[in-house]
Design a protein around this ligand. Structure first.
Ligand code: C2E
Ligand code: CA
Ligand code: CA
Ligand code: CA
Length: 274
């Protein structure tokens, strides 16, 4: 080993230390993020594959940190799930999305707003009551709210089924996010009251022969079960063509638009609605 400079294990330790420090710093400042109005909602359009009109929007959270800049949910949602802050954060974005969906419906651009819901939110709070109350408070027609869920191995299927049935009876729709990956198992499909399968973007990204057959199979499965099917992560005209040719219902991805702050999204909405 050379005598000069830090050795590999020292570098590793320094790197790990920096990572832990950032995590700790984020965890501490996340506590006040809602109160300090640092959380923001970005919206990404969902298009009808047939008409190419905007028929929905997915609400995606962002954190505008005073010193660290814009932080992606991929970094802070896992922290929030560990320390329980996902409950107030999830409630906050749900209300923002419902309020916005109501405004769009009044402005005669009724689009369905999708909100990502963490399994923890469903299991650790009276989530159904929360949704019911927010719909009522903002007078939102429930069919304009869609909830995107990702199932996990630890999910109690009976409990989940009860929660989803209760949500369905409120009139909102349910999508399975990242379908085809992780723990999304076929058994769940027959037991849970689901409206939509959202094909995971990893299948779309690389349209190799295997992924093509997986996508076709998911679309057929959705059709045979009377579900609708959305593709996310559509980035190219080639991917779009493949999905349209195979009768995917809805499309979402950078090919149409990245998730955007409200003002920018509304410009797109006005251009592409009706
Ligand atoms: P997700 O729900 O699967 O969302 C899709 C992610 O893919 C988003 O990343 C979106 O910006 C990105 N994306 C959309 N179109 C494309 C594309 O064409 N190409 C590529 N490469 N990416 C695309 P984002 O916004 O960073 O969110 C990451 C994840 O964080 C989400 O994955 C979701 O699991 C979670 N998340 C975001 N907002 C919330 C929230 O309000 N609550 C909860 N519980 N989770 C959230
Ligand atoms: Ca999602
Ligand atoms: Ca997804
Ligand atoms: Ca995901």
């Amino acid at each position: 080993a050379k005598a000069c400079g830090p050795n590999r294990s020292q570098l590793f330790t320094a790197e790990l230390h920096a990572q832990l420090q950032r995590k700790f710093m984020l965890e501490t400042s996340l506590i006040d993020a809602i109160k300090r109005e640092q959380l923001m909602v970005y919206y990404q359009p969902k298009l009808c594959a047939l008409t190419k009109k905007v028929i929905g929007a997915e609400a995606l959270i962002r954190w505008q940190h005073p010193t660290e800049g814009l932080i992606s949910p991929g970094e802070f949602i896992p922290i929030a799930e560990k320390n329980g802050l996902i409950i107030p954060i999830g409630e906050w974005i749900l209300e923002e999305a419902i309020r916005q969906a109501k405004l769009w419906s009044i402005k005669e651009h009724p689009i369905i707003v999708s909100v990502n819901v963490s399994i923890l939110q469903m299991t650790h709070t009276n989530f159904v009551d929360c949704v019911r109350q927010l719909l009522k408070q903002h007078k939102l027609p429930p069919h304009l709210l869609n909830l995107e869920i990702t199932e996990s191995m630890t999910t109690d299927i009976t409990f989940m089924s009860n929660v989803l049935h209760a949500l369905k009876s409120l009139g909102v729709s349910i999508s399975i996010d990242d379908f085809g990956t992780g723990y999304s198992s076929l058994r769940y499909l027959s037991q849970l009251p689901i409206d939509t399968l959202k094909i995971d973007q990893s299948f779309i990204r690389d349209l190799n022969i295997d992924n093509q057959s997986i996508i076709k199979t998911i679309i057929q499965l959705a059709y045979s079960m009377g579900l609708s099917v959305v593709a996310e992560g559509v980035e190219t005209a080639e991917q779009e063509l493949f999905l349209i040719e195979n009768d995917c219902h809805e499309l979402q991805g950078y090919h149409y638009s990245k998730p955007m702050p409200l003002e920018h999204f509304e410009t797109i909405l006005l251009q592409h609605f009706n």
